[in-house]
Design a protein around this ligand. Sequence first.
Ligand SMILES: Cc1cc2nc3c(=O)[nH]c(=O)nc-3n(C[C@H](O)[C@H](O)[C@H](O)COP(=O)(O)OP(=O)(O)OC[C@H]3O[C@@H](n4cnc5c(N)ncnc54)[C@H](O)[C@@H]3O)c2cc1C
Length: 473
Amino acid sequence: MPSALALNPPWQHGETSRRSFWLAQAIATDPPAIAALQGHHRADVCIVGGGFTGLWTALELVSRAPGTSVRLLEADVCGAGASGANAGYLMNLWPKLQALQKIAPSEEAAAIAAASAAAVDEVLAFARAHEVECRPGPWLWAATNAAQAGAWEETAAAIRAAGHEVLRPVSAAEIKATTGAEIEFGGVVDDGCAALQPAALCRALAAAAIAAGVEICEHSPVTRIEAGARTTVHAAGGSVAAENVVLAINAWAAQLPGLGRKMVMVASDTAVTEPIPETLAEMGWQGATTISDSRRRLNYFRTTADGRLLFGKGGVEVGYGARGADRLWAEAPDMAGIGRALKHSFPHLAAPPVAHSWRAPVEYSVSSLPFCAQVQDLPSTWFVTGYSGDGVGPSKLMARILAAHLLGEPDEFERSALTRVPEGALPPEPLRWLGSRLVLPALTAAERREDEGARAPWAMRRLADLDPTDFVG
Ligand SMILES: Cc1cc2nc3c(=O)[nH]c(=O)nc-3n(C[C@H](O)[C@H](O)[C@H](O)COP(=O)(O)OP(=O)(O)OC[C@H]3O[C@@H](n4cnc5c(N)ncnc54)[C@H](O)[C@@H]3O)c2cc1C
């Protein structure tokens, strides 16, 4: 039985050019000053990864069981991963109810979705208490062409059948009045959401964790984990011997044994404009509505508190195996693609000046849902991953489940479907990556035809149907 695990830490750690607008903004007002690991230490729990999952888990542990010694090691700075690079949509898992129902009985699926909505309220409360930019507002799930019309109907019906009313229909006129977007095929909104500054949230979580007694070490890439009477976590500069280890390494978890075919890395491109508050006011976009459309390669739009417009597109590139976690970080190379998406929904908006753009990988799991479990053959070492583009709120729920488990406390979801590696497997590499090279251009072409109001030709549609991320619910 192997008793050690080698880990490839993010290879670009410390390279500031790949940082998102959010992280650059958060660091400009609050420069990181957390030292790297030096020497050998002991802890009850050692957490690897300083994103939402690692930091919420650390805070849960010390607030539930004061006196628990927790040390968190981050390869770069807290927020350098997806937690500082996402679109900042704070949402619950109700829109993923059908995906939940595929892995759990109906009652459990609804209970998880309801708990994720409660997690959203907890994140909002933390953001308010720590003065993190976070504006409650509806999430609009829209149809930006005829092919997407009614894409939400089955989900809305499943939610109603579970006894909840979450998605409220909105007309094209209402969308236009509240955001200026010209989305003639309408949509539905979930009023229980928010738009936040994700890197600011991450940095505030790190500060709160330090204040609560958590030892955080930045610039401390972990390269090896060794089982023993205690588990030893080896990082540049030193090591930590711990009773339990949590790998909160998100996209980098694809390198763990047994997970390579459970996850695929898919890049999103995001751009943020210079402040344009007058333009947004003219358009009527004063609130914090966040917008996603229903195409496979999602278009998304939101605003910031200082009057910027954020726009982006998912599914722009598929990463090769576990390496996608590193190779997909860059300045967004395809500004024309996301510019087209913006023009399609905001045809009267003159191209706004872009301040910053970035490409980052989203880790999609075969279930399109997060999961945590013990690392294969490595006792006392746990991982959490698989958020599939919805981790800002759900990471709070996963942290709660994991902390309860580590402290031996009962939790409603300790044996839930979120604590099992999902069934099913993606095609092996290099097939998956090669397939994506064929399918992505077909998807792009099919999308363009649909945006023009035409139906994509049969061969193009069949090729697009081979999408290696099509399992994503
Ligand atoms: C472009 C994009 C847009 C998104 N938009 C949204 C959204 O709007 N709403 C939403 O809910 N979700 C969104 N997500 C998903 C969400 O950002 C993630 O699910 C969430 O941030 C995951 O948090 P995490 O802490 O698990 O991972 P991360 O934030 O990725 O943290 C993992 C950390 O582990 C560190 N690490 C990795 N390996 C090692 C090692 N060996 N040693 C030390 N440290 C290591 C990394 O440096 C990183 O900081 C988006 C994701 C992306 C990429």
